[in-house]
Design a protein. Structure first.
Length: 336
């Protein structure tokens, strides 16, 4: 296990104090069991030309699961999306409506999920809940599910699985293993080492968020992130210029999101550009300009987002956050 983190699978539930949730109840889909079926869909970008569906299927079968692949695999080398909007929406809806499917997993992100929102009925998941899994562009779907009060999993997608690694303990695909643990309901706690920009404290609230660009793109839409109930925000990003990150943080501050938060968890900010020109040493230093003044606990260095490892997180889940000089601890509350 890498020294950066310790992922603990705790069997005992949290104490009575931790079971005190806010008044807004969320629906928690059933955890998976061996023999269940998962659907792998493509709601956004075109799948890689050489995607190894056989190895992906093998990985899920090793977990005791059956796999049903969608049909949106566009052979056109010039295409951007996995298929036209109507076809991607139909594939996603079919997986949601199929009672034999227990989890719907996006194969990759890219861009395009937002184009499906007028065409899909995600509210069907309130009657027959199942896990929706993905990150990056899939943040759009997570935001809708938060509005519907349904938990979901921000986590790695099969197109990014490490399928050629050896089986030595230090070489295992920690991202994929984290997803397996989350799907089977085994993720209870994530412990992190200390970070120089951490802000100490304790907080309780529902975890929300995902990709910073997608969160900010939703401002002013029906999917916009609301923080009028106790909320802990998770953010991650890739390939953005520092000034754009600053602009997005300005947006979150000006619309009131930042000032209503109980805590913030910062994941990978990968390949950030233009920090020197913007006068900051790192994206974390830029974010610290906004988070330090809020008077709430803030955690940096959570290995989740566009880098390896990419730990799976339960969005919509009531969590307890604790930050001190020794590091940070995120407890996912088991009782709803």
């Amino acid at each position: 296990m890498r020294p950066l983190l310790l992922l603990l699978l705790l069997l005992a539930p949290l104490g009575a104090a931790a079971r005190q949730a806010d008044s807004l109840r969320f629906i928690r889909p059933p955890y998976l069991r061996e023999g269940d079926t998962v659907a792998i869909v493509a709601p956004a970008g075109k799948l890689p030309e050489k995607i190894d569906t056989a190895r992906i299927r093998q990985r899920f079968e090793e977990w005791g699961l059956h796999v049903r692949f969608g049909t949106c695999q566009n052979p056109d080398k010039e295409a951007y999306f996995a298929a036209p909007d109507s076809m991607r929406a139909a594939e996603l809806q079919a997986a949601i409506d199929d009672p034999s499917v227990k989890a719907v997993i996006a194969c990759r992100g890219g861009y395009g999920s937002v184009r499906l929102l007028p065409l899909v009925r995600l509210e069907a998941l309130r009657e027959h809940p199942k896990w929706i899994v993905g990150f990056s562009d899939i943040t759009t779907l997570h935001l809708v599910l938060r509005r519907l009060h349904i938990e979901s999993i921000h986590g790695p997608m099969p197109a990014g699985f490490r399928l050629d690694e050896c089986e030595e303990p230090d070489e295992r695909d920690l991202s994929a293993e984290s997803l397996r643990s989350a799907l089977f309901g085994q993720t209870r706690r994530i412990e992190l080492e200390a970070h120089p920009f951490n802000r100490p404290g304790r907080a309780r609230g529902r975890l929300a968020g995902g990709n910073l660009t997608v969160i900010c793109a939703a401002n002013g839409t029906p999917e916009a992130l609301q923080t009028d109930t106790p909320t802990i925000l998770f953010i991650e990003e890739i390939g953005e210029f520092a000034y754009r990150i600053d602009r997005m943080m300005q947006s979150l501050a000006r619309c009131g999101v930042l000032h209503n938060l109980r805590g913030i968890v910062v994941g990978h900010f990968t390949r950030t550009l233009g920090c020197d020109r913007f006068g900051v040493e790192s994206p974390e230093a830029l974010l610290d300009r906004y988070t330090r003044r809020l008077g709430i606990p803030v955690v940096y260095g959570l290995p989740a987002g566009h880098d390896d490892p990419n730990l799976a997180l339960y969005l919509g889940r009531d969590i307890q956050l604790q930050v001190d000089e020794q590091g940070a601890c995120i407890d996912f509350c088991t009782a709803e």
